[in-house]
Design a binder for this molecule. Structure first.
Ligand code: BG6
Length: 467
């Protein structure tokens, strides 16, 4: 296959502060909502007890080991690394007037290290966490005041890093708030739909304000949103199934519609009315929402199906969105259905809808790895998964879709988001740590490390067409 990837394609990997950094109280960092979820993003909110440590407290100790890790990413030829800034390193409680200098200095060091190797940062402002202080004192995103606190944080980091970071994202998988409200918007379990959509509205306004601030402050800066690209197919060709699939796809496309088109889509009015959802949207909010993103970014792991047949109530095992399984697809060990063609389809859907450049900022296979007697890790399953998805990215590029880059999820093993496990590994680099927190944290190259290095070096030419 000859390379279809553009010359300046941003190849790389993606991680998130709360899943790699550890050092959860170091250098003045405050507690984040993630620090109160030791069991993962769907887990109960657990008060911290002194000395009680969840796996994320140390994670993979990226806070101290980043120079070694960046060197390994550089060895694979990364052009880009996506990570997030922990808001609580900059504003520990969220409502301070002035930022925490030690926190700002950490990210200066990190970005400088990346610059040594010509690796461009792609920075998420909020990846599944916010200051717990804001959730506790103000009710998280349920409170309008949080918009102002977020804007102050965004402006602070844009000013500080404007010469080091040119690519930004606002909220990770912003549509997940519908499924994990504490993680997404700092609301307690059992919040009503009106409360959740009001909080989401505040977050969408804050996102638009951050977009405006980025455009004002960062010379040549580009800022995108971040969607969980959970594309759904009808299980049958019954018209009712098709219509229901469109409705459920709009549940998540709604976020992209607001962020890319600058206002609420028409279909939401009926949805709110029929579900008794009340959301306060002021004229000033509507004005703020007009500032739209420069590109669309999204994660893609799997697709799913929708049916109106009530006798068909099986949902894919451990599938975070409770999608109906597709009988034509195989699943990962965690029950996530593997669908490379779905990625090509999704890229086309998003490009048709928005006509903005797209950035695949997460994709990968979570799997258990085995270390052989000679110390090697032969993760062919991961290579096959990534190869097949990248082949479909190339097809989409050939379809005419503008794709800026691809950052595979977890280029180094990290703590999984849904269940806070280490054993669900995504990396090209193995980290010696188990689910109980035992292990030396030593790093080790897997077979996929060399495979990805070759893919990047050949700009995708080394990919193998699916059989
Ligand atoms: C996305 C998140 O949902 O999927 C990441 O943005 C997460 O934070 C990734 O880690 C994979 O999910 P998991 O549960 O396997 O870690």
């Amino acid at each position: 296959m000859s390379s279809k990837f553009p010359d300046h394609f941003l190849w790389g990997g993606a991680v998130a502060a709360n899943q790699v950094e550890g050092a959860y109280q170091t250098d003045g960092k405050g507690l984040s909502t993630s620090d109160l979820q030791p069991q993962g993003i769907f887990g109960a909110v657990t008060p911290r007890v002194d000395g009680d440590s969840g796996i994320k407290d140390v994670a993979i100790d990226f806070y101290h080991r980043y120079p070694q890790d960046i060197a390994l990413f550089a060895e694979m030829g990364f052009k880009c690394l996506r990570t997030s800034i922990a808001w609580t390193r900059i504003f520990p409680q969220g409502d301070e007037e002035t930022p925490n200098e030690a926190g700002l200095a950490f990210y200066d060091r990190l970005f400088d290290e990346m610059a040594k190797y010509g690796i461009q940062p792609l920075i998420t402002l909020s990846h599944y966490e916010m200051p717990y202080g804001l959730a506790k004192k103000y009710g998280g995103w349920g409170n309008r005041k949080t918009i102002g606190f977020f804007e102050r944080y965004a402006r602070t980091v844009f000013e500080r890093y404007k010469h080091k970071v040119k690519h930004w994202l606002t909220f990770n998988e912003i549509n997940m708030s519908l499924h994990a409200p504490f993680t997404g918007v700092g609301l307690p379990e059992g919040s009503s739909k009106s409360e959740i959509y009001q909080a989401i509205h505040h977050q969408l306004v804050a996102s638009a304000k951050a977009v405006k601030a980025c455009h004002e402050i960062v010379p040549e800066g580009k800022i995108g949103n971040m969607l969980l690209g959970g594309i759904l197919y009808p299980l049958s060709c019954r018209p009712e199934d098709l219509l229901e699939t469109q409705r459920q796809n709009r549940d998540w496309l709604f976020f992209g519609d607001v962020q890319a088109r600058g206002g609420y889509p028409a279909y939401m009015k009926r949805y709110f009315r029929e579900n008794g959802i009340q959301v306060e949207i002021t004229a000033e909010d509507q004005q703020a929402l007009r500032e739209t993103i420069d590109f669309i970014s999204f994660s893609y792991y799997m697709s799913g199906c929708v049916t109106t047949d009530e006798t068909q109530n099986e949902t894919a095992r451990a599938n975070i969105l409770n999608m109906v399984p597709n009988p034509h697809l195989a699943s990962s060990e965690w029950g996530w259905q593997i669908d490379p063609i779905g990625l090509r389809y999704l890229l086309n859907v998003l490009y048709d809808r928005y006509q903005k450049p797209l950035f695949i900022v997460e994709n990968g296979l979570g799997a258990k790895d085995r270390i052989e007697a000679d110390g090697s890790i032969n993760d062919d399953y991961r290579i096959n998964y990534l190869n097949d998805h990248l082949v479909q990215v190339a097809e989409a590029i050939d379809d005419g879709v503008e794709v800026m880059g691809y950052t595979s999820w977890g280029p180094i093993d990290l703590v999984s988001a849904s269940k806070a496990e280490m054993s669900k590994r995504y990396g090209f680099i193995y980290v010696d740590r188990d689910d109980e927190g035992n292990g030396s944290l030593e790093r080790r190259r897997k077979k996929s490390f060399y495979w990805y290095r070759d893919v990047i070096q050949s700009n995708g030419n080394s990919l193998k067409d699916q059989g």
